[in-house]
Ligand binder design. Structure first.
Ligand code: NZQ
Ligand code: ZN
Length: 384
Protein backbone atom coordinates (compact mmCIF):
# COMPACT_ATOMS: atom_id res chain seq x y z
CA UNK A 1 0.00 0.00 0.00
CA UNK A 2 1.14 3.56 -0.75
CA UNK A 3 1.29 6.08 2.10
CA UNK A 4 -1.90 7.96 2.95
CA UNK A 5 -3.63 10.27 5.40
CA UNK A 6 -7.36 9.66 5.76
CA UNK A 7 -9.81 12.03 7.36
CA UNK A 8 -13.52 12.00 6.67
CA UNK A 9 -15.67 15.04 7.40
CA UNK A 10 -19.17 14.03 6.20
CA UNK A 11 -21.72 12.88 8.82
CA UNK A 12 -23.91 10.15 7.29
CA UNK A 13 -27.60 9.65 7.95
CA UNK A 14 -28.55 6.38 6.29
CA UNK A 15 -31.87 4.58 6.23
CA UNK A 16 -35.33 4.39 4.78
CA UNK A 17 -37.39 7.26 6.19
CA UNK A 18 -34.50 9.01 7.98
CA UNK A 19 -34.75 12.36 6.15
CA UNK A 20 -37.08 14.35 8.40
CA UNK A 21 -35.25 13.64 11.63
CA UNK A 22 -31.84 14.12 10.03
CA UNK A 23 -32.68 17.47 8.44
CA UNK A 24 -34.26 18.85 11.62
CA UNK A 25 -31.36 17.63 13.73
CA UNK A 26 -28.76 19.25 11.47
CA UNK A 27 -30.60 22.46 10.70
CA UNK A 28 -31.48 23.36 14.30
CA UNK A 29 -27.88 24.47 14.85
CA UNK A 30 -27.47 26.26 11.50
CA UNK A 31 -27.99 30.02 11.06
CA UNK A 32 -31.38 31.47 10.19
CA UNK A 33 -31.01 32.06 6.44
CA UNK A 34 -31.15 28.91 4.35
CA UNK A 35 -30.63 28.53 0.60
CA UNK A 36 -32.79 25.61 -0.52
CA UNK A 37 -31.19 24.30 -3.74
CA UNK A 38 -32.91 21.88 -6.13
CA UNK A 39 -33.25 20.81 -9.74
CA UNK A 40 -35.66 21.39 -12.55
CA UNK A 41 -39.02 20.26 -11.19
CA UNK A 42 -38.99 16.78 -9.67
CA UNK A 43 -38.77 18.10 -6.10
CA UNK A 44 -42.05 19.98 -6.39
CA UNK A 45 -43.74 17.21 -8.40
CA UNK A 46 -42.93 14.58 -5.78
CA UNK A 47 -44.14 16.71 -2.85
CA UNK A 48 -40.75 16.62 -1.14
CA UNK A 49 -40.37 20.38 -1.61
CA UNK A 50 -43.45 21.10 0.53
CA UNK A 51 -42.34 18.63 3.18
CA UNK A 52 -38.89 20.17 3.45
CA UNK A 53 -40.30 23.71 3.53
CA UNK A 54 -42.54 22.69 6.45
CA UNK A 55 -39.61 21.09 8.33
CA UNK A 56 -37.55 24.24 7.82
CA UNK A 57 -40.47 26.40 8.98
CA UNK A 58 -40.72 24.28 12.14
CA UNK A 59 -37.01 25.03 12.73
CA UNK A 60 -37.76 28.77 12.36
CA UNK A 61 -35.73 29.24 9.20
CA UNK A 62 -35.99 31.95 6.57
CA UNK A 63 -35.71 30.18 3.20
CA UNK A 64 -34.47 31.44 -0.18
CA UNK A 65 -35.12 29.17 -3.18
CA UNK A 66 -32.40 28.29 -5.67
CA UNK A 67 -34.22 26.07 -8.18
CA UNK A 68 -33.69 25.02 -11.77
CA UNK A 69 -30.26 23.45 -11.36
CA UNK A 70 -29.92 21.43 -14.55
CA UNK A 71 -28.32 17.99 -15.11
CA UNK A 72 -24.65 18.73 -15.87
CA UNK A 73 -24.73 22.03 -13.95
CA UNK A 74 -23.27 25.05 -15.68
CA UNK A 75 -20.84 27.69 -14.55
CA UNK A 76 -23.50 30.33 -15.18
CA UNK A 77 -25.82 28.57 -12.74
CA UNK A 78 -23.04 28.53 -10.13
CA UNK A 79 -22.73 32.32 -10.48
CA UNK A 80 -26.51 32.71 -10.06
CA UNK A 81 -26.36 30.70 -6.83
CA UNK A 82 -23.40 32.68 -5.53
CA UNK A 83 -25.31 35.94 -6.15
CA UNK A 84 -28.31 34.59 -4.20
CA UNK A 85 -26.08 33.65 -1.27
CA UNK A 86 -24.58 37.13 -1.12
CA UNK A 87 -27.84 39.05 -1.64
CA UNK A 88 -29.73 37.05 1.00
CA UNK A 89 -26.97 36.77 3.55
CA UNK A 90 -27.22 32.98 3.46
CA UNK A 91 -25.87 31.01 6.45
CA UNK A 92 -26.42 27.48 5.17
CA UNK A 93 -27.02 25.79 1.79
CA UNK A 94 -29.30 22.74 1.75
CA UNK A 95 -28.79 20.83 -1.51
CA UNK A 96 -31.67 18.48 -2.33
CA UNK A 97 -31.18 16.40 -5.47
CA UNK A 98 -28.75 14.24 -7.40
CA UNK A 99 -25.12 14.82 -8.30
CA UNK A 100 -25.91 17.94 -10.32
CA UNK A 101 -27.56 19.88 -7.50
CA UNK A 102 -25.04 18.65 -4.93
CA UNK A 103 -22.04 19.55 -7.13
CA UNK A 104 -23.39 22.96 -8.08
CA UNK A 105 -23.79 23.86 -4.39
CA UNK A 106 -20.20 22.92 -3.55
CA UNK A 107 -18.97 25.58 -5.93
CA UNK A 108 -21.66 28.12 -5.03
CA UNK A 109 -20.52 27.74 -1.43
CA UNK A 110 -16.96 28.71 -2.39
CA UNK A 111 -17.67 31.27 -5.14
CA UNK A 112 -20.00 33.28 -2.90
CA UNK A 113 -17.11 33.95 -0.53
CA UNK A 114 -14.62 34.91 -3.26
CA UNK A 115 -13.93 38.20 -5.02
CA UNK A 116 -12.30 36.40 -7.92
CA UNK A 117 -13.61 33.94 -10.49
CA UNK A 118 -13.24 30.40 -9.12
CA UNK A 119 -12.67 28.84 -12.57
CA UNK A 120 -9.69 31.16 -13.29
CA UNK A 121 -8.46 30.73 -9.73
CA UNK A 122 -8.08 26.97 -10.24
CA UNK A 123 -7.27 26.61 -13.94
CA UNK A 124 -5.04 29.71 -14.32
CA UNK A 125 -3.50 30.06 -10.87
CA UNK A 126 -3.89 26.54 -9.35
CA UNK A 127 -5.21 27.92 -6.09
CA UNK A 128 -8.02 26.29 -4.10
CA UNK A 129 -10.71 28.14 -2.14
CA UNK A 130 -10.45 28.02 1.64
CA UNK A 131 -13.55 29.85 2.82
CA UNK A 132 -17.03 28.34 2.40
CA UNK A 133 -20.68 28.72 3.32
CA UNK A 134 -21.67 25.59 5.25
CA UNK A 135 -23.88 23.07 3.45
CA UNK A 136 -25.56 19.68 3.66
CA UNK A 137 -26.81 17.26 1.01
CA UNK A 138 -30.11 15.39 0.81
CA UNK A 139 -29.72 12.76 -1.90
CA UNK A 140 -32.75 12.12 -4.15
CA UNK A 141 -30.81 10.32 -6.92
CA UNK A 142 -27.84 8.23 -5.87
CA UNK A 143 -24.99 6.89 -7.98
CA UNK A 144 -22.50 9.75 -8.30
CA UNK A 145 -21.57 9.74 -4.62
CA UNK A 146 -21.22 13.52 -5.05
CA UNK A 147 -22.41 14.05 -1.46
CA UNK A 148 -19.26 12.31 -0.24
CA UNK A 149 -16.46 14.44 -1.68
CA UNK A 150 -15.46 18.05 -2.35
CA UNK A 151 -15.03 17.72 -6.11
CA UNK A 152 -17.69 19.03 -8.48
CA UNK A 153 -18.06 18.60 -12.21
CA UNK A 154 -19.12 21.87 -13.84
CA UNK A 155 -19.82 22.63 -17.49
CA UNK A 156 -18.37 25.92 -18.71
CA UNK A 157 -20.60 26.53 -21.71
CA UNK A 158 -18.52 29.28 -23.35
CA UNK A 159 -15.27 27.34 -23.00
CA UNK A 160 -16.93 24.04 -24.07
CA UNK A 161 -15.41 22.28 -21.07
CA UNK A 162 -16.92 19.98 -18.45
CA UNK A 163 -14.28 19.74 -15.76
CA UNK A 164 -13.70 19.39 -12.05
CA UNK A 165 -13.63 22.28 -9.61
CA UNK A 166 -13.08 21.89 -5.89
CA UNK A 167 -15.20 23.32 -3.11
CA UNK A 168 -16.13 22.28 0.40
CA UNK A 169 -17.40 18.99 1.76
CA UNK A 170 -21.05 18.88 2.71
CA UNK A 171 -21.09 18.66 6.51
CA UNK A 172 -23.75 15.92 6.34
CA UNK A 173 -25.36 13.60 3.81
CA UNK A 174 -28.91 12.24 4.07
CA UNK A 175 -29.19 8.83 2.39
CA UNK A 176 -32.89 8.00 2.65
CA UNK A 177 -33.75 5.45 -0.03
CA UNK A 178 -37.45 6.48 0.11
CA UNK A 179 -36.50 9.75 -1.58
CA UNK A 180 -35.22 7.90 -4.65
CA UNK A 181 -38.43 5.94 -5.28
CA UNK A 182 -39.77 8.54 -7.73
CA UNK A 183 -36.61 8.50 -9.85
CA UNK A 184 -37.35 6.98 -13.30
CA UNK A 185 -35.78 3.50 -13.61
CA UNK A 186 -33.68 4.64 -16.58
CA UNK A 187 -31.99 7.24 -14.36
CA UNK A 188 -31.66 4.73 -11.50
CA UNK A 189 -29.77 2.42 -13.86
CA UNK A 190 -27.43 5.07 -15.23
CA UNK A 191 -26.71 6.20 -11.66
CA UNK A 192 -25.89 2.66 -10.57
CA UNK A 193 -23.62 2.21 -13.57
CA UNK A 194 -21.83 5.41 -12.52
CA UNK A 195 -21.17 3.76 -9.14
CA UNK A 196 -19.83 0.64 -10.84
CA UNK A 197 -17.65 2.84 -13.03
CA UNK A 198 -16.22 4.67 -9.98
CA UNK A 199 -15.35 1.29 -8.51
CA UNK A 200 -13.70 0.06 -11.72
CA UNK A 201 -11.80 3.31 -12.28
CA UNK A 202 -10.46 3.12 -8.75
CA UNK A 203 -9.64 -0.59 -9.01
CA UNK A 204 -7.81 -0.26 -12.34
CA UNK A 205 -5.44 2.46 -11.05
CA UNK A 206 -1.83 2.00 -10.04
CA UNK A 207 -0.17 -0.06 -8.75
CA UNK A 208 -1.63 -3.23 -10.25
CA UNK A 209 -0.92 -5.23 -7.07
CA UNK A 210 -4.17 -5.83 -5.18
CA UNK A 211 -4.38 -4.11 -1.78
CA UNK A 212 -7.08 -4.13 0.91
CA UNK A 213 -8.90 -1.22 -0.75
CA UNK A 214 -9.15 -3.31 -3.94
CA UNK A 215 -10.49 -6.36 -2.10
CA UNK A 216 -13.20 -4.23 -0.46
CA UNK A 217 -13.85 -2.77 -3.90
CA UNK A 218 -14.45 -6.24 -5.37
CA UNK A 219 -17.15 -6.79 -2.76
CA UNK A 220 -18.76 -3.44 -3.59
CA UNK A 221 -18.75 -4.22 -7.33
CA UNK A 222 -20.37 -7.64 -6.79
CA UNK A 223 -22.94 -6.02 -4.53
CA UNK A 224 -23.78 -3.36 -7.13
CA UNK A 225 -24.28 -5.92 -9.92
CA UNK A 226 -26.44 -8.14 -7.71
CA UNK A 227 -28.61 -5.35 -6.32
CA UNK A 228 -29.19 -3.62 -9.65
CA UNK A 229 -30.54 -6.91 -11.02
CA UNK A 230 -32.74 -7.24 -7.91
CA UNK A 231 -34.06 -3.68 -8.18
CA UNK A 232 -34.89 -3.99 -11.88
CA UNK A 233 -36.77 -7.22 -11.13
CA UNK A 234 -38.64 -5.52 -8.28
CA UNK A 235 -38.56 -1.70 -7.97
CA UNK A 236 -40.20 -2.07 -4.53
CA UNK A 237 -37.15 -3.92 -3.21
CA UNK A 238 -36.16 -1.38 -0.55
CA UNK A 239 -33.27 -3.52 0.63
CA UNK A 240 -31.63 -3.45 -2.81
CA UNK A 241 -32.35 0.29 -3.14
CA UNK A 242 -30.65 0.99 0.18
CA UNK A 243 -27.67 -1.22 -0.64
CA UNK A 244 -27.14 0.62 -3.92
CA UNK A 245 -27.34 3.97 -2.17
CA UNK A 246 -24.65 2.99 0.32
CA UNK A 247 -22.49 1.43 -2.42
CA UNK A 248 -22.64 4.74 -4.27
CA UNK A 249 -21.48 6.51 -1.11
CA UNK A 250 -18.74 3.93 -0.43
CA UNK A 251 -17.31 4.29 -3.92
CA UNK A 252 -16.74 8.04 -3.53
CA UNK A 253 -16.01 8.28 0.20
CA UNK A 254 -12.31 7.82 -0.45
CA UNK A 255 -12.20 4.46 1.32
CA UNK A 256 -11.67 2.43 -1.86
CA UNK A 257 -8.99 4.84 -3.07
CA UNK A 258 -6.67 4.49 -0.08
CA UNK A 259 -3.08 3.47 -0.71
CA UNK A 260 -3.23 3.73 -4.50
CA UNK A 261 -3.50 6.06 -7.48
CA UNK A 262 -6.82 5.98 -9.32
CA UNK A 263 -7.38 5.74 -13.09
CA UNK A 264 -10.53 7.72 -14.10
CA UNK A 265 -9.54 7.91 -17.79
CA UNK A 266 -13.02 6.76 -18.80
CA UNK A 267 -14.58 9.55 -16.75
CA UNK A 268 -12.38 12.21 -18.27
CA UNK A 269 -13.32 11.09 -21.78
CA UNK A 270 -17.03 10.98 -20.90
CA UNK A 271 -16.92 14.45 -19.34
CA UNK A 272 -15.37 15.82 -22.54
CA UNK A 273 -18.15 14.23 -24.62
CA UNK A 274 -20.62 15.72 -22.12
CA UNK A 275 -19.19 19.22 -22.62
CA UNK A 276 -20.16 19.04 -26.31
CA UNK A 277 -23.40 17.05 -26.07
CA UNK A 278 -24.82 17.52 -22.53
CA UNK A 279 -25.25 13.73 -22.52
CA UNK A 280 -26.26 11.57 -19.55
CA UNK A 281 -23.15 10.73 -17.52
CA UNK A 282 -23.83 7.07 -16.66
CA UNK A 283 -24.94 6.27 -20.20
CA UNK A 284 -21.82 7.85 -21.69
CA UNK A 285 -19.64 5.77 -19.36
CA UNK A 286 -21.46 2.60 -20.46
CA UNK A 287 -20.62 3.30 -24.11
CA UNK A 288 -16.92 3.96 -23.43
CA UNK A 289 -15.95 1.38 -20.78
CA UNK A 290 -15.83 -1.90 -22.76
CA UNK A 291 -13.90 -0.50 -25.75
CA UNK A 292 -11.49 1.38 -23.49
CA UNK A 293 -10.82 -1.73 -21.40
CA UNK A 294 -10.24 -3.93 -24.47
CA UNK A 295 -7.39 -1.52 -25.34
CA UNK A 296 -5.96 -1.98 -21.83
CA UNK A 297 -5.38 -5.72 -22.22
CA UNK A 298 -1.63 -6.16 -22.19
CA UNK A 299 -1.20 -3.15 -19.87
CA UNK A 300 -3.63 -3.65 -16.97
CA UNK A 301 -4.05 -7.39 -17.49
CA UNK A 302 -3.49 -8.41 -13.87
CA UNK A 303 -6.39 -6.30 -12.59
CA UNK A 304 -8.64 -7.09 -15.55
CA UNK A 305 -8.12 -10.79 -14.80
CA UNK A 306 -8.97 -10.39 -11.12
CA UNK A 307 -12.05 -8.36 -11.99
CA UNK A 308 -13.16 -11.02 -14.48
CA UNK A 309 -12.80 -13.75 -11.87
CA UNK A 310 -14.01 -12.03 -8.70
CA UNK A 311 -16.78 -9.80 -10.07
CA UNK A 312 -18.02 -11.60 -13.19
CA UNK A 313 -17.04 -15.18 -12.30
CA UNK A 314 -15.49 -15.94 -15.71
CA UNK A 315 -12.16 -17.52 -16.68
CA UNK A 316 -10.28 -18.33 -19.92
CA UNK A 317 -7.27 -20.45 -20.93
CA UNK A 318 -4.81 -17.55 -20.67
CA UNK A 319 -4.67 -14.30 -18.67
CA UNK A 320 -5.51 -12.29 -21.81
CA UNK A 321 -8.48 -14.53 -22.55
CA UNK A 322 -9.77 -14.21 -18.97
CA UNK A 323 -9.42 -10.42 -19.17
CA UNK A 324 -11.31 -10.40 -22.49
CA UNK A 325 -14.10 -12.60 -21.09
CA UNK A 326 -14.46 -10.24 -18.12
CA UNK A 327 -14.90 -7.29 -20.47
CA UNK A 328 -17.43 -9.28 -22.52
CA UNK A 329 -19.34 -9.97 -19.27
CA UNK A 330 -19.30 -6.24 -18.47
CA UNK A 331 -20.70 -5.46 -21.91
CA UNK A 332 -23.39 -8.15 -21.58
CA UNK A 333 -24.41 -6.60 -18.27
CA UNK A 334 -24.62 -3.16 -19.90
CA UNK A 335 -26.98 -4.60 -22.54
CA UNK A 336 -28.93 -6.65 -19.99
CA UNK A 337 -29.82 -3.57 -17.91
CA UNK A 338 -30.73 -1.56 -21.00
CA UNK A 339 -27.82 0.88 -21.10
CA UNK A 340 -26.54 2.06 -24.49
CA UNK A 341 -23.47 0.58 -26.18
CA UNK A 342 -23.32 3.09 -29.07
CA UNK A 343 -23.44 6.89 -29.29
CA UNK A 344 -26.23 6.76 -31.87
CA UNK A 345 -28.49 5.28 -29.16
CA UNK A 346 -27.92 8.53 -27.25
CA UNK A 347 -28.56 10.72 -30.29
CA UNK A 348 -24.86 11.47 -30.83
CA UNK A 349 -24.04 11.02 -34.51
CA UNK A 350 -21.54 13.80 -35.21
CA UNK A 351 -18.00 12.39 -35.46
CA UNK A 352 -16.44 15.85 -35.09
CA UNK A 353 -17.84 16.03 -31.55
CA UNK A 354 -15.99 12.84 -30.65
CA UNK A 355 -12.80 14.21 -32.19
CA UNK A 356 -13.17 17.41 -30.15
CA UNK A 357 -13.74 15.36 -26.98
CA UNK A 358 -10.63 13.25 -27.67
CA UNK A 359 -8.61 16.43 -28.25
CA UNK A 360 -9.69 18.15 -25.04
CA UNK A 361 -10.09 15.43 -22.39
CA UNK A 362 -7.60 15.09 -19.55
CA UNK A 363 -5.07 12.28 -19.99
CA UNK A 364 -4.77 10.51 -16.67
CA UNK A 365 -1.42 9.55 -15.13
CA UNK A 366 -3.02 6.78 -13.03
CA UNK A 367 -4.22 4.86 -16.10
CA UNK A 368 -2.25 1.68 -16.79
CA UNK A 369 -1.89 2.72 -20.46
CA UNK A 370 -1.05 6.23 -21.60
CA UNK A 371 -3.46 6.72 -24.50
CA UNK A 372 -2.73 9.14 -27.32
CA UNK A 373 -5.53 11.47 -28.46
CA UNK A 374 -5.79 9.53 -31.72
CA UNK A 375 -6.27 6.29 -29.79
CA UNK A 376 -9.01 7.90 -27.72
CA UNK A 377 -10.70 9.11 -30.90
CA UNK A 378 -10.52 5.54 -32.29
CA UNK A 379 -12.12 4.20 -29.09
CA UNK A 380 -14.93 6.75 -29.33
CA UNK A 381 -15.45 6.27 -33.08
CA UNK A 382 -15.70 2.50 -32.72
CA UNK A 383 -19.06 3.04 -30.97
CA UNK A 384 -20.70 5.46 -33.41
O1 NZQ B 1 -33.86 18.34 -12.17
P1 NZQ B 1 -34.95 17.50 -11.60
O2 NZQ B 1 -36.28 17.88 -12.09
O3 NZQ B 1 -34.87 17.39 -10.12
O4 NZQ B 1 -34.73 16.01 -12.21
C1 NZQ B 1 -33.57 15.26 -11.98
C2 NZQ B 1 -32.70 15.17 -13.21
O5 NZQ B 1 -33.44 15.40 -14.38
C3 NZQ B 1 -33.97 13.84 -11.73
N1 NZQ B 1 -34.22 13.50 -10.33
C4 NZQ B 1 -33.37 13.58 -9.28
N2 NZQ B 1 -33.94 13.06 -8.18
C5 NZQ B 1 -35.20 12.67 -8.53
C6 NZQ B 1 -35.39 12.96 -9.90
N3 NZQ B 1 -36.53 12.67 -10.56
C7 NZQ B 1 -37.52 12.09 -9.87
N4 NZQ B 1 -37.39 11.76 -8.55
C8 NZQ B 1 -36.26 12.03 -7.86
N5 NZQ B 1 -36.14 11.65 -6.58
O6 NZQ B 1 -32.86 13.08 -12.17
C9 NZQ B 1 -32.24 13.73 -13.26
C10 NZQ B 1 -30.75 13.58 -13.15
O7 NZQ B 1 -30.26 14.24 -12.01
P2 NZQ B 1 -28.70 14.52 -11.88
O8 NZQ B 1 -28.47 15.14 -10.55
O9 NZQ B 1 -28.22 15.27 -13.08
O10 NZQ B 1 -28.10 13.05 -11.97
P3 NZQ B 1 -26.83 12.42 -11.29
O11 NZQ B 1 -27.05 12.20 -9.86
O12 NZQ B 1 -26.47 11.28 -12.13
O13 NZQ B 1 -25.70 13.56 -11.42
C11 NZQ B 1 -24.98 13.75 -12.61
C12 NZQ B 1 -23.93 14.84 -12.44
O14 NZQ B 1 -22.97 14.47 -11.43
C13 NZQ B 1 -21.65 14.54 -11.99
C14 NZQ B 1 -21.90 14.20 -13.44
O15 NZQ B 1 -20.83 14.52 -14.27
C15 NZQ B 1 -23.14 15.00 -13.74
O16 NZQ B 1 -22.83 16.36 -13.94
N6 NZQ B 1 -20.73 13.68 -11.24
C16 NZQ B 1 -20.31 14.09 -10.04
C17 NZQ B 1 -19.40 13.37 -9.30
C18 NZQ B 1 -18.84 13.85 -7.99
N7 NZQ B 1 -19.04 15.07 -7.60
O17 NZQ B 1 -18.19 13.08 -7.29
C19 NZQ B 1 -18.86 12.08 -9.75
C20 NZQ B 1 -19.49 11.56 -10.98
O18 NZQ B 1 -18.49 10.82 -11.68
C21 NZQ B 1 -20.11 12.54 -11.89
O19 NZQ B 1 -19.17 13.05 -12.82
ZN1 ZN C 1 -19.13 9.21 -12.45
Amino acid sequence: MDKFVYQYPVRQYFGKGCAEEAIKEELKNAGENILLAYGGGSLKRTGLYDRIRSWLAECGKCVTDFGGIMPNPTYRKVQEGARLVRENDIDFILAVGGGSVIDCCKIVSAQSRLDEDIWDMWYDHHRLPTDFVQMGAVVTASGTGAEQNNGAVITHEEKKLKQPLFGAYHSFAVLDSDLTRTLPMKQVISGVFDTLSHCMETYMGKPQATNLSDEINEAVMRNVVKNLRALIANPDDDFARGELMWASAMAESGMLKLGKQTDFQCHMIEHAVGAYTDCNHGQGLAVIHPTLYRRMIGYGTEKLVRMAETVWGVKGETAEETAARGIDALESFIKEVGLPTHWSQMGITDESVLRAAADTCFLMPGCCKQFSRDEIFEILKERM
